[in-house]
Every structure is written in C-alpha cells, then in structure tokens.
Write a protein that binds this ligand. Structure first.
Ligand SMILES: Cc1cc2nc3c(=O)[nH]c(=O)nc-3n(C[C@H](O)[C@H](O)[C@H](O)COP(=O)(O)O)c2cc1C
Length: 130
C-alpha cells in the first residue's frame, strides 16, 4: 500500500471544504483510500493511503485542482497497514477555538504511527495562531 502526505495552500481564503469533502468521501470510498484532510482555511495537510495505482491517480487529480497551489509532497512510503481506518476531515472554521481544533486533530491521528502523528500535530500547532 502507498501512503502520501502533502501540504498545500488554498487559493481562496475560504475554500469550499464541504464540496471537497463530499467528492473525496465518494471517490476515496470507491478506491479504498483512507486518510485525513486537515484544513484551517488557508493551508491543507492531507494523508492518503491505499492501493498504489488509486492513490497515484487521486494525487494526480488533486495536483491538477485549481482550488489550491504550492503542493509539496512531504512523505511517500510503502506501508503494511493503514494509519487511518477511515476517511476524515478536520476543518477549522474562521474564529473557531484553536485549542478545540488541536484536540480534534490529535483525536483523529491518535491511532496513527508516530511520524504521521507528529506531522499533523506539529503542523496544527504551528498554525494555531493563523
Ligand atoms: C485540498 C484538496 C483535497 C482533495 N482531496 C481529494 C481526495 O482525497 N480524493 C479525491 O478523489 N479528490 C480530492 N480532491 C478533489 C480533486 O482535486 C478532484 O476535484 C476530484 O478528485 C475530481 O473527482 P471527480 O472526477 O469524481 O469529479 C481534493 C481537492 C482539494 C483541493
């Protein structure tokens, strides 16, 4: 199984996360892809894992998506087991409580491997004041 983690920047200040989430749930369910999409309104951090060809195809679609830019792959590795049992999204709404959001991210990565957990928790912490 392939696991990818990338970071990117939303083009609009309030990217339409509901639409992204709906498409992702449908496609990822079909393709056997699990993972987590973090969004704080400006930055995205996403983990995708599943069959190699499906994950590569999803990445190609995502990279061509004009709703974000500056897509940087942070990690690409082969894994024996999934870090995420499902597909989920953590979206911080404008003005939302930073501590609650951090707790939500921590909860979503609680079962993940240490590296993946550190990537998401560290990013969320760094973006706390954003
Ligand atoms: C930040 C971000 C994350 C996305 N994540 C996914 C994803 O996990 N799976 C997916 O299929 N599409 C995802 N998309 C949407 C894709 O870019 C693309 O619009 C979609 O896969 C097209 O699907 P369709 O051909 O079924 O319309 C994401 C888009 C953005 C901007």
């Amino acid at each position: 199984m392939l696991q990818l983690i990338y970071v990117s920047t939303a083009r609009a200040n309030d990217a339409d996360c509901a639409a992204i989430l709906a498409t992702s749930r449908e496609n990822n369910g079909r393709d056997g892809i699990t993972g987590l999409l973090y969004s704080d309104g400006k930055r995205f951090l996403q983990a995708l894992e599943g069959p190699e060809d499906r994950v590569e195809a999803a990445l190609a679609r995502i990279q061509a998506d004009p709703r974000h830019r500056a897509i940087v792959l942070l990690s690409r590795r082969t894994v024996d087991h999934r870090d995420f049992g499902d597909w989920a999204m953590a979206h911080r709404l404008p003005g939302a409580d930073g501590d609650l959001f951090l707790a939500r991210v921590a909860q979503l990565v609680a079962q993940a491997s240490p590296d993946v957990r550190a990537t998401f928790e560290g990013f969320a912490e760094a973006r706390r004041a954003a």
